[in-house]
Design a binder for this molecule. Structure first.
Ligand SMILES: [Zn+2]
Length: 163
C-alpha cells in the first residue's frame, strides 16, 4: 500500500468524464487500498480516482458508517434537500455551503464487479453525490453561485501559496 499524491484544482484530470472501470482484478483491489490509505492520511471521508490523477470512474468512501468501493457509480434516485458545508481534498478543504438532495441512492459495482445499490441520508448521501460528481468531472464548487465559487478558489490559492 502507498499514499498517492492528491491532485488539486485546476488540474485538467479533475474536469474529465472518467473512463469506465472494466477489469475487476487484483490491480483494482490494490489501487483501492492505496486510495483508502491516501484518503485516511488526508483525513477525508471520500476519494475519487481523478483525485490521484487517474481518469477512472471509481471512488472509495468511509463516511458516517458507510465504507465502500464504488466503480462506475451513478446516482439513481434522490429526495428532499439539505444545505450544509462541504469541502474537497482537491480544493484544500476550503468549506462552502452546498445545497444537495437529503437522500440519495447509489448504484455501482464493488471490487468483485457485482452491481449493488445503497441508500444514504444526510452526510453520507452528500458524499455519494460529491464522489460521483468527481467521476463525471464535476467539483463541488461547480454547484456554487459564481461569486461564492470565486471566493473558495481564491482562498484555496492563497492558502496554497502560504504552504
Ligand atoms: Zn472532492
Amino acid at each position: 500500500m502507498s499514499i498517492r499524491k492528491i491532485t488539486e484544482y485546476p488540474e485538467p484530470v479533475l474536469g474529465l468524464i472518467g473512463r469506465p472501470v472494466e477489469k475487476f482484478d487484483d490491480e483494482l483491489a490494490a489501487l483501492c487500498d492505496d486510495m483508502f490509505e491516501t484518503m485516511y492520511d488526508a483525513e477525508g471521508v471520500g476519494l475519487a480516482a481523478p483525485q490521484i490523477g487517474l481518469n477512472l470512474r471509481l471512488f472509495v468512501m468511509d463516511c458516517d458508517g458507510i465504507k465502500l468501493v464504488a466503480a462506475n457509480p451513478e446516482i439513481v434516485a434522490t429526495e428532499g434537500e439539505q444545505s450544509s458545508h462541504e469541502g474537497c481534498l482537491s480544493v484544500g478543504k476550503v468549506p462552502a455551503v452546498v445545497v444537495r438532495p437529503m437522500k440519495a441512492r447509489l448504484r455501482a459495482q464493488g471490487l468483485d464487479g457485482e452491481w449493488f445499490e445503497r441508500d444514504a441520508e444526510g452526510y453520507a448521501a452528500r458524499c455519494f453525490m460529491h464522489e460521483t460528481d468527481h467521476c463525471d468531472g464535476r467539483l463541488f464548487i461547480d454547484h456554487l453561485p459564481k461569486l461564492r465559487r470565486e471566493m473558495v478558489v481564491n482562498r484555496f490559492k492563497k492558502e496554497k501559496r502560504w504552504k
